[in-house]
Design a protein around this ligand. Sequence first.
Ligand code: HMG
Ligand code: MG
Length: 298
Amino acid sequence: MGVVGGGLELIEMAPRDGLQSQNSLIPTRAKVAFIEALSETGLLEIEAGAFVSPKAVPAMADSLAVFQKIKRKKGVVYSALVPNERGLDDALKARVDKIAVFTAASETFNQKNINATIQESLERFRPVISRAKLNHLPIRGYVSTAFFCPYEGKIKSEAAFKVCLELLELGVDEISIGDTIGRASPTDVRRLLDLCLKKIPLKKMALHFHDTYGMAVANALTAWEDYRVFRFDASSGGIGGCPYAPGASGNVSLEDLAFAFEASDGKTGINLKKINAALNQIAPYLKTPFSSKLRKLL
Ligand code: HMG
Ligand code: MG
C-alpha cells in the first residue's frame, strides 16, 4: 500500500457501503458502469461488493456478477466484504484483490449484523483468514460501532481497542475503525487513537466515519493532523448507511473529505470532476439525494 505523494489515501465505499442500503435494487450494469467510472478518478482502492447472505442484504446479491463484469484498472485494488467461509468461496470465484472481514465492538450490533457474538465472529474469521493468506489476498478487518452503538450507546475505547488487537492477532493486514452511526466527536477519536496507535502501526490503520451528525470531516482532519493517520474510507456522494444501524447516514462524502484535505495542504490524488461524472452515472438509480456539499459546486 503506497501513499500518493506522501499524502492521503481515500478508499471508496460507495459501491458497497453506499449501495447496500438502497431499498430499490440497482441493475448490475449500472453498478458496473459506476465502478468503472470511479476507477478513472485516481482512487487506489474500491470496495466493490459484499459476499454476504442475500437475505441479510439483498442489494449486494449480485456481487459475483459485478466482479465478473467490471473492467479492472491496473493499480486499483477491488475489495469485498466476506463474513464467513461461504463468502470467501464466492470472493475467490470473483477474483477479488482483497477481502474484508467485519465484526464490532458492541455485542448487540454484532448479533444483529452477523448473527454472532464478537468471539464467535473472530473464530469464524480464523479459517477465512488462513485460506485468504494461502491465496495471497490482503485482509482488512473492520471494527464497527467503535465509538457508539445504535443499541448500547457509548462504547468504551478499551473495548474497541481490544477487538482491534484480536483481529491483528488473527492476521489481518489492516484495521478499519468504524463510527457506524456517525456520532463520534474529535474528542472520542483522540481517546481511541491515543490507545490504538500505541500498538497499531499507522500503515495498518484506516478510519471509517459515517456522517450522521456532520462530524466526519472534523474527525478525519483531527486524525490526520494530530496523529498522521492517512487512510480514510469515504463514499462518493455520501451515499449509504448500514441496514443494521437504523437512522445512520452514509460514509463521509469522498469529495467533501478530499476537498477538506486538499484545502489543508494534503494530497489525495483524486480528480473531483471525474468523481462527479461517476455520480452522474449512478444518480438516476438512487432514491435519496446525494448528501455531499461539494457536488453542487463541481
Ligand atoms: P446466519 O443466518 O447466521 O448464517 O447469517 P447461516 O450460516 O446460518 O446461514 C443462513 C443462510 O444464509 C443459509 O442459506 C446460508 O447458505 C446463507 P439457506 O440455507 O437458509 O438458504 N449464507 C450465505 N449466503 C451467501 N453468502 C454468504 C452466506 N453465509 C450464509 N456468505 C451471516 C450470518 C453473516 C451470513 C449474515 O448475518 C450476513 O450475511 N450478514 C451480513 C450483514 C451485512 O452485510 N451488513 C452490512 C455490512 S457491515 C457494515 O456496513 C459496517 C461497515 O461499513 C463498517 C462500519 O460502518 O462500522 C463494514
Ligand atoms: Mg460503514
